[in-house]
Design a protein around this ligand. Structure first.
Ligand code: TYD
Length: 130
């Protein structure tokens, strides 16, 4: 399962603020936060799914494309605003492309980093979700 979320923005003449709260904007315990920047425009990141991990992905600066695939549907999300986030659950294949030079992506994750949680082979992913 994946879902595009629109966050509430507290904005006035002095600028904007988004607060992400458990139970309102995301539903899992955040055990890890990481961010990605300085990605080459032509790079393809991701190319994996997870067995267990839930994530909230926010493009804080610039823009990039997130292709999400649940085995039957493939959808491309162009993220270009810190007011939006992509909630992505386990067993979703993801690929990240088309990074702008100023792109910074922040990810809130429900688990510690664990390489054994990764499914890095697309055929195996299709097999597992049958
Ligand atoms: P990877 O998950 O493959 O990045 P992406 O999906 O964005 O292409 O991780 C890239 C490298 O960073 C890999 O060597 C593992 C390491 N890494 C950590 O050590 N901790 C983490 O939380 C993450 C996400 C990656």
């Amino acid at each position: 399962m994946y879902k595009l979320l629109n966050f509430a923005v507290h904005g006035d003449h002095s600028g904007n603020l988004v607060a992400l709260e458990k139970g309102v904007d995301y539903v899992f315990d955040v055990l890890r936060i990481y961010y990605i920047w300085g990605t080459e425009k032509n790079a393809i990141r991701g190319k994996h799914a997870h067995n267990k991990l839930k994530q909230l992905i926010v493009c804080l600066s610039g823009s990039c494309d997130f292709t999400l695939d649940n085995g039957s549907d493939r959808q491309v999300f162009h993220l270009e605003s810190p007011t939006q986030g992509l909630y992505v659950e386990d067993f979703v294949w993801r690929e990240f492309t088309n990074f702008s030079g100023d792109c910074i992506v922040m990810v809130l994750a429900s688990e510690h980093y664990d390489e054994t949680d990764y499914i890095r082979n697309y055929d195996k992913f299709l097999e597992l979700i049958k």
